[in-house]
Design a protein around this ligand. Structure first.
Ligand SMILES: Nc1ncnc2c1ncn2[C@@H]1O[C@H](COP(=O)(O)OP(=O)(O)OP(=O)(O)O)[C@@H](O)[C@H]1O
Ligand SMILES: [Mg+2]
Length: 221
């Protein structure tokens, strides 16, 4: 589904972070990207999600080249195909839980039929993740574990084929980390979502079907 070929990226202060890196992602893959702090996990995730551009290399998604998209094309690609979950939930503080989740739908400009279908799907996801009762609350009124589940549902609102999760359990306690990990697996099983996950957690990485390690700018098995 996603082919990453000979990607390199350097930053002025740091030098080469990703060094001619290649890998393939298949549909419904569960991939953990591991590696020490500063090894380039976030840099790689940002490039896959078109939040950042590689210096060199090619990325194709379902056969089409995406690495050279302009900003508008990148935004459309992201909105349609990619969901993001970060270490911090990044919920907007002045919107309720359900408003936060529904926000990505506005950008997608669905027909009213399609919108109704999406909203129904979201209600189901909110039930599955145990956040239905929180719909009217504001982010400051819910726990960190709950907020991260809200962020997960928001990431899935537009039915992306790929979910990029950058240390999604990094700020959670063991119990909430476990709940979130299981939910990520469930989304993969039920909806065939491809998961690419950067994590320091060996427990979470063990749940994935492939574990790759970033070392000296390369991904090794
Ligand atoms: N925008 C930037 N400008 C300059 N240097 C950057 C930038 N983004 C990342 N770097 C550098 O690139 C290297 C890789 O950073 P990155 O955030 O990808 O690491 P990481 O593996 O995600 O680390 P962590 O586990 O701490 O999240 C680091 O040395 C970082 O300082
Ligand atoms: Mg990082």
């Amino acid at each position: 589904m996603l082919a990453i070929r000979n990607i390199s990226k350097s930053f002025t202060q740091r030098g080469l972070v990703l060094d001619n890196l290649s890998f393939d992602v298949n549909e419904a893959d569960l991939i953990a990207i591991m590696g020490p702090s500063g090894s380039g996990k976030t840099t790689l995730m940002n490039i896959i999600g078109l939040l950042d551009k590689p210096d060199n290399g090619e990325i194709t998604f379902k056969g089409a080249s995406i690495a050279k998209f302009n900003d508008d094309e990148s935004a459309v690609y992201r909105n349609r195909n990619i969901g993001f979950v970060f270490q911090d939930h990044l919920l907007l503080p002045y919107l309720t839980v359900s408003e936060n989740i529904l926000l990505p739908l506005l950008a997608a400009r669905y027909s009213s039929d399609e919108l109704a279908k999406r909203e129904q799907h979201i209600n189901k996801l909110m039930e599955k993740t145990g956040i239905s009762d929180l719909a009217g609350k504001y982010p400051f009124q819910i726990s960190g574990g709950e907020a991260q589940r809200v962020a997960l549902v928001r990431a899935l609102a537009n039915n992306p084929s790929i979910l990029l999760a950058d240390e999604p359990t990094g700020s959670l306690d063991a119990k909430n980390a476990d709940i979130l990990g299981e939910l990520l697996l469930e989304m993969n099983r039920e909806y065939g979502i491809t998961l690419i996950l950067a994590t320091h957690s060996v427990d979470l990485a063990k749940k994935m079907s492939r574990r790759l390690r970033l070392k000296e700018g390369k991904l090794i098995v």
